[in-house]
Design a protein around this ligand. Structure first.
Ligand code: PXP
Length: 239
């Protein structure tokens, strides 16, 4: 059974645009699970541009919600995450200037540091994942790092599909990486830039067990929700 993780960072982005309390990502986490999501993802970024420490603590404290906390390799963030104790961790590269996570981790460059971090989370019984590009070399390195899962960065595939370019080679890279990881007993996840079409394409790869999707789900929810909210207001102002 393939699982869906819903990334709710952008609920916090909308909230923060006003600096008030609505919409609350805590409520979005509860709603996502109620509506059938298998887990929620939040990214506690070094610049706290969306989810903040208070959100992360509150959401990770929810007993009924499996929370996947995305973090960088920054020491303070790692220590914070060990205190917050999410169910899952996904280590991602982070660059202050980026709009969103651009590409996977450089496993070769950060091998030593990653090994230490993964050991800490494993000791704390937290399922740990590495966000990587679809490459055989990175799968082999992930095995050496003894990580539980890998999440394949699907941003390149998504961009190719959306711009109607040939995506066969990228899809084949994702498939080969995913099959090898699975053979090596590493659980495979996929995420970044996914929408209905790209997710459908990737469901053909049986070894992908989890999809983590954010921007499209939150954006599409505006259109699916607008009619109901407008109807509510029309009722309120009727008289
Ligand atoms: N997975 C990881 C590891 C990410 O960093 C992100 C973006 O925060 C996502 C999934 C979700 O990407 P998107 O918002 O494009 O669906």
């Amino acid at each position: 059974m393939k699982r869906l993780g819903v990334n709710i960072d952008h609920v916090a982005t909308v909230r923060n645009a006003r600096g008030e309390k609505h919409p609350d990502p805590y409520y979005a986490a509860l709603q996502s699970i109620k509506m059938g999501a298998d887990s929620v993802t939040i990214h506690l970024r070094e610049d706290r541009r969306h989810i903040n420490d208070k959100d992360a603590k509150k959401i990770c404290g929810l007993k009924k919600v499996l929370v996947n906390l995305e973090i960088s390799m920054n020491d303070n963030i790692v220590n914070n995450a060990l205190k917050i104790k999410p169910n899952y961790i996904c280590i991602v590269p982070e660059n202050r200037k980026e709009i969103t996570t651009e590409g996977g981790l450089d496993l070769l460059k950060h091998k030593k540091k990653l090994k230490k971090i993964i050991k800490k989370f494993k000791k704390a019984n937290i399922r740990t994942s590495l966000f990587i590009n679809p490459s055989i070399k990175d799968i082999e390195l992930s095995k050496e790092l003894n990580v539980d899962c890998i999440e394949i960065h699907t941003g390149k595939l998504s961009n190719l599909v959306k711009s109607k370019k040939n995506f066969k080679n990228e899809l084949s890279r994702i498939k080969k990486s995913s099959i090898l990881a699975s053979k090596l007993n590493i659980e495979v996840h996929a995420g970044h830039g996914l929408d209905y079409k790209t997710t459908k394409i990737l469901t053909k790869i049986n070894t992908i067990q989890e999809f983590n999707i954010g921007h499209f789900i939150i954006g599409e929810s505006i259109f699916l929700g607008l009619s109901k909210v407008i109807k509510n207001f029309k009722k309120i102002i009727k008289n």
